[in-house]
Ligand binder design. Sequence first.
Ligand code: CO
Length: 584
Amino acid sequence: MTESKKIGVTEVVLRDAHQSLLATRFRYHDMEAALKDLDDIGFWSVESWGGAIFDSCIRYLGEDPWERIKKIKSMMPNTPQQMLLRGQNLLGYKHYSDDVVKKFVECSKENGVDVFRVFDALNDPRNMHQAIQSVIAVEGHAQGTISYTTSPVHTIDLWVGLAKNIQDMGAHSLAIKDMAGLLKPYVAFELVSRLKEELEIPIHMHCHATTGMSVATGVKAIEAGLDNVDTSISSMSMTYGHTPTETLISILGGTNRETGLDLEKLTPIAEHFQKVRKKYKNFEGSLRGVDARILASQVPGGMLTNLENQLKAQDSIDRFDEVINEIPKVREDLGYIPLVTPTSQIVGTQSVINILSGSRYSTVTNEVKSLLKGEYGATPASVNKDLQQEGIGDSAVITCRPADLLSDDFQSIEAEFINVIAEKNITAEPSIENVLIYAMFPEIGLNYIENIDNPDYFESEPLEITELTDSSYLVVVDDHEYSVTLRADYSVTINDGSLINEVASAPSIQSGTGIVIEAPLGGNIFRTIASEGESVEADSTVLILEAMKMETEIKAPSPGVIGTIFVKPGDTVKPGAPLFEIKS
Ligand code: CO
């Protein structure tokens, strides 16, 4: 610490903090009151947008994600807005063609994004290239990213090589993204020292607090010359989230690396988020302190809360520990890929299937097959060859940049969108924003656009609830207070006696002479492939279930004729729900 140089701070409360702590459920109107205060602090940037925000807005909240960033930007004229972009995957789960990447970046810049943190889940620099070039072209700040992980192949030299590659692409800065809190303080010191020696662009760092190391890691990295650090306001910090902003400001106060930020001005912001956080308590994960199991499983904070919620939806929260233990095995089989969206979801869902089905890889998701095929890019180490053979058979493995196989297709997506909305009689503008919503999330995006004016379609807003006694609560709806009693059967009565939440029992299905195939996981029926009365071979796909954001093919266990199909596309099914009948 020889020269005196202020450290820049990126505040992440508007994006990653509620993604990690509250499954990305914050609504815009619960942030709005804090935006002016946040704008006055002098942060290097505020992270406010990203894939999970976009997804949550259209899937659950019924909010226009483009409107959100536009409004935040207009409320915060003095602070650069930062987004997290999944390289060639943009905000989705597959690779997009280069012209779609370009359009997306242009549109995001126009709507208010200034800083683009571009990463690739496999750390394949070829997958960051187009996004970085597109950001440079619209005069945004292009930040390339190392998605930090540990494995026998991940050495400091490997990271420095990747970082140089990113600098050579023209990136304005580099981020070390430690999504699972695995970066140890002394390793960070070494890593940042080496990067400062060999790179000219500024180094930023993003660490999750889940393993308890983030504060120390931040301090050691700053001692090594780090330029910028990510933190989150105290009342939305730690556990699955990040180092508290105020803590870091205090630690550095009076040193030659101080932040120059005013602690007192942060108090009303902390108070605001402390208050609104209560409303979202049903989305909180169970972690109260530190989860040391992550040092082995490497599951990032955001994924842990999601995994818990998803296992709850599968009625299988009791299998949580088994799933956590399965994750390192699946990750090794897939070439030690880092766990970050979408690979965290791909590895997580496959691990859930391995555990819930009681048999490892008896069902392999389409996304795992794509990964084995090289469709996501190069994995850090070789994949398990037996699994690869089983998953993709003799089809050729892709070794080029995956997007080179895609032809430019923004126009065809646009034409398809115009067609689909005409066919379904949906009133919507074919604006670039809407076409991009459809491009990112074809099913959910279209449902969102169709239901923009139908709030009942989306998740209802959490109520402000005050606990009075063990079974009695005070609930506020539109400024009216209701006292409610929770009954033993978990239905709820309001004080006037009306029932607001009746526990439904599953419908029973009469099966004929065939075998009834049940849903291995809860989810939505994405597509039916075979029809009633059709003869099928063993192992042929009958329908596709979308569960935990991944596609799972449900196959015929033996040759036969398809009897009744109990479900149709769009249906929501619980685990164990009958899907179809097969007669021999
Ligand atoms: Co993060």
